[in-house]
Design a binder for this molecule. Structure first.
Ligand SMILES: CC(C)(COP(=O)(O)OP(=O)(O)OC[C@H]1O[C@@H](n2cnc3c(N)ncnc32)[C@H](O)[C@@H]1OP(=O)(O)O)[C@@H](O)C(=O)NCCC(=O)NCCS
Length: 184
């Protein structure tokens, strides 16, 4: 592991994979799990290049499957380290699917993986600072910082929401929802 600062471009990584029939679900489209696995791989490759260390996935934000991916398409995942903390990194991933015959490319998802570097003792290890070389690098770093702040606020609110649920008031709370209470 090295503690020398590294530019974003040094760890930028792209994986391209052909979508084969065994990746498809019963509807003939590519399984979300196949795409998630590819995202995890590219996030690992990108984060470990920056950290110069083994990394683990800690959390995943904003995974949405915006458009279906078809068998025969070429899926490319473009990953960059957007932000570094002390031992964590936020890797931004853009997923595109290309139909080579039609000459079309569709953007299917942009998501963010938080990865933590680990040392030989299996403890979180300090990662190199990130050198921001252009306006996009700066914008992505600030965006990630804001997202981190929002995530921690939302987590606090969700914990509060869970701990204050009163099932005795369920009849009122759920009166406009599409469920029925049939207690046994
Ligand atoms: C991630 C892990 C290393 C955190 O360990 P920890 O003892 O809580 O360590 P720390 O509190 O020092 O946190 C380490 C970093 O992770 C970040 N982190 C911890 N939990 C997090 C979460 N839920 N979301 C985002 N970041 C998180 C911390 O903010 C910290 O970042 P920083 O050093 O840049 O400030 C530990 O929980 C772990 O090993 N989890 C299992 C990961 C795994 O197996 N993934 C799937 C297979 S790869």
């Amino acid at each position: 592991m090295s503690d020398i600062a590294k530019p974003v471009r040094q760890s930028q990584t792209t994986i391209t994979e052909l979508m084969i029939p065994s990746y498809a679900n019963f509807g003939g489209k590519i399984h979300g799990g196949i795409l998630l696995s590819l995202m995890d791989k590219v996030a690992y490759a990108c984060a470990s290049k920056h950290a110069g260390a083994y990394c683990v996935t800690v959390s995943v934000d904003r995974v949405e499957f915006l458009q279906p991916v078809e068998v025969g398409e070429l899926v490319s995942l473009l990953a960059s380290v957007n932000y570094v903390g002390r031992t964590s990194m936020i890797v931004g991933i853009r997923v595109e699917s290309q139909n080579v015959k039609k000459g079309t490319v569709k953007h299917t998802n942009s998501c963010f993986f938080t990865m933590v570097a680990k040392g030989d003792d299996d403890m979180p290890a300090i990662v190199p600072e990130l050198i921001l070389e252009d306006h996009d690098d700066i914008k992505r770093f600030i965006e990630a910082l804001r997202m981190k702040e929002i995530r921690s606020k939302v987590k606090g609110e969700m914990d509060d929401a869970k701990s204050t649920i009163d099932v005795r008031r369920a009849g009122d709370i759920l009166k406009n929802e599409r469920c029925r209470i049939e207690l046994k």
